[in-house]
Design a binder for this molecule. Structure first.
Ligand SMILES: Nc1ncnc2c1ncn2[C@@H]1O[C@H](COP(=O)(O)OP(=O)(O)O)[C@@H](O)[C@H]1O
Ligand SMILES: [Mg+2]
Length: 259
């Protein structure tokens, strides 16, 4: 096994009007190449902050973060956010091709690659549509296709399905499993849903309530390929319940903090 991501003692402080805020406290995570790691924690515990640090969008205040590259020709990491981070003035195809365009790939080549990903997420008929013509689920398919088309070594996903209704979410969860199982990229996936984490992940890491830090982790032993039917099995229920028992006190603490 090769370590792809190593984060040790990562803390982040923000200064705000009310003084300093500790958004993340001595958090650590190690992900192996090709591993799908899910992070679950109560609202406000620092999940997005950690992902933004991993993605290089903001610096850590202290601690070390290492992402290990081994393919210099492709990007090291791409991020998918919860909100639809796609350009309203670009078509579906051009949105999916955006990362390739940024890398200076010629139009014909990037359209071919992007077209292939548009097809893989079932949007062929909408390739020339603009985001305002798409449903929420379709917009998120565009974001996901763009991230995969970019062919990064590491995919960082911050609640990518969090804004979708339950049925759309279930469909996209299956699509995501299929895309990931075909590519086996290293993924750090943030979700507030234990069920989603257990369905998708190889490992689930729990964070404490704010200021968030590592609480504990669970291996997810279910074989692949996985499908949504897994969620109906007693083994799935047992594991999600065991995780909930650990998370429950943190969620309560997070709610108390809001009062
Ligand atoms: N830019 C910022 N300035 C000040 N505080 C911030 C900033 N970003 C996040 N925070 C605070 O850091 C904590 C963690 O935020 P966040 O990482 O967004 O949590 P999560 O994604 O787990 O809901 C919260 O208390 C939030 O209010
Ligand atoms: Mg967040």
């Amino acid at each position: 096994m090769t370590v792809k991501i190593r984060a040790t003692n990562v803390s982040k402080f923000f200064s705000s009007r009310g003084g300093a805020v500790t958004a993340l406290r001595e958090f650590h995570l190690e992900a192996q190449e090709g591993e799908f790691v899910c992070i679950v924690g109560p609202s406000g515990c620092g999940k997005s902050t950690f992902l933004r640090i991993l993605g290089g969008l903001i610096p850590a205040s202290s601690g070390q973060v290492t992402l290990v590259p081994n393919k210099p020709e492709t990007p090291l990491q791409s991020i998918v956010f919860q909100e639809y981070a796609i350009f309203p003035w670009k078509t579906v195809l051009d949105n999916v091709a955006f990362g390739l365009e940024m890398r200076g790939m010629p139009r014909a080549q990037r359209c071919e690659i992007a077209g292939d990903w548009v097809r893989k997420v079932g949007l062929t008929k909408f390739a020339d549509a603009y985001p305002h013509q798409l449903s929420g689920g379709m917009k998120q398919r565009v974001s996901i296709a763009r991230a995969f088309a970019n062919d990064p070594e590491i995919l960082l996903m911050d609640e990518p399905l969090g804004a979708l209704d339950a049925q759309t979410r279930a469909v996209l969860q299956e699509e995501l499993i299929r895309l990931w199982e075909a590519s086996r990229k290293t993924v750090v996936y943030i979700t507030h849903s234990i069920e989603e984490a257990v369905l998708l992940g190889d490992r689930v890491i729990l964070m404490t309530a704010h200021p968030g830090t590592f609480k504990c982790e669970f291996a997810v032993p279910f074989p692949r390929p996985r499908a949504f039917e897994l969620t109906g099995t007693p083994e799935f229920s047992r594991l999600t319940y065991a995780i909930w028992k650990e998370l429950q006190s943190e969620v309560k603490r997070a709610l108390e903090q809001q009062q």
